[in-house]
Design a protein. Structure first.
Length: 312
């Protein structure tokens, strides 16, 4: 295990960074989950970044001894995570979302996966764990469970753009500092962009750890899910603009994407006769997801504002 680094008289091996916005309903369970980890408390710190919340998020977090709470003006998740790792005193920085609850072995499993013998190999870049749904009683949340919406193992297997969702993710702090951290211009997809840049500059390996389980509260309503997926579409459009040389997009590609969305719409419309409820739900959800992402993508990709943003 790496010895940790010392800043301002404190030494930790790992810093847990929790970005939080309007999280009064969930932040207590998240912090409790970290405080009750089997990992030694003396070797970890907890940092909550209150990103301009107007509710009691910061007040609730400050009620826990040993938790560092930093409030800032609302700047988005990327800005909050950047503030967190820059304030961190640990060798490793583990990111956890405020609507998540980690299993008791989560942090220990992540740290164990990056511990290395002194064999001359480059230090590990980081690790990601398995994320499952929590209290997924609504149709929208159950759909997210059925499709594995936060399946890091699947995302990390992508042949071109592997990454892990930032709700259950750990990087070496020195690697984050070397690349500058998250690009705060992104609405979403900042985790994919960061992982790409880290892989290009850091030789360390990255591990997927199925034992590092986190439970995540998926969007409970279709309205909230729609809003989330529109934001994902905007983020992917920004990613495509950022890496335009590697992600060619054309009117032909746009037409094909809309044809696929139409196909999903027809499948959803005719799935009412399907006797398998899960399949009906998946067909409906996949259409909602595809349409929302197309709306978000088109609103950003063809925007002159976004073209200007990524041309500099």
């Amino acid at each position: 295990m790496s010895p940790g680094i010392s800043l301002a008289g404190a030494t930790f091996n790992v810093s847990v960074v929790i970005p939080a916005y309007q999280a009064a309903a969930t932040i207590a369970a998240c912090i409790e989950g970290v405080r009750t980890q089997r990992y030694p408390a003396a070797q970890r710190e907890i940092i909550v970044i209150d990103d301009g919340s107007r509710d009691a998020t910061a007040e609730i977090a400050r009620g826990y001894a040993g938790v560092t709470v930093i409030s800032q003006s609302n700047g988005g998740a990327a800005a909050a995570r950047n503030r967190g790792w820059r304030e961190a005193k640990g060798t490793w920085v583990a990111f956890l979302d405020s609507d998540c609850v980690p299993s008791r072995g989560w942090l220990g499993a992540l740290v164990e996966s990056v511990s290395q013998p002194d064999d001359g190999a480059p230090p590990m870049l980081g690790a990601a764990g398995k994320t499952l749904g929590l209290d997924s009683g609504s149709e929208a949340a159950h759909f997210a469970d059925l499709i594995g919406s936060l399946d890091a193992e699947r995302y990390l297997s992508h042949p071109l753009w592997p990454f892990a969702p930032s709700c259950n993710l750990m990087y070496r702090r020195s690697a984050l500092a070397a690349c500058g951290g998250f690009d705060e211009r992104f609405v979403t997809y900042e985790a994919c962009d960061l992982h790409k840049r880290l892989r290009e500059t850091d030789p360390g390996a990255f591990a997927y750890v199925a034992r590092a389980v986190v439970w995540h509260r998926h969007r409970a309503s279709w309205r909230a899910y729609w809003k989330q997926q529109v934001a994902y579409g905007v983020g992917y459009a920004q990613f495509a603009r950022r890496y335009a040389d590697e992600i060619p997009w054309s009117l032909d590609a746009e037409a094909r994407a809309w044809c696929e969305t139409a196909r999903l719409a027809l499948r959803a419309a005719f799935s009412g006769t399907n006797r398998v409820p899960k399949e009906r739900l998946v067909h409906r959800g996949q259409f909602v997801k595809a349409l929302a992402q197309r709306v978000g993508f088109d609103s950003a990709y063809w925007s002159q504002i976004e073209r200007n943003r990524w041309s500099t």
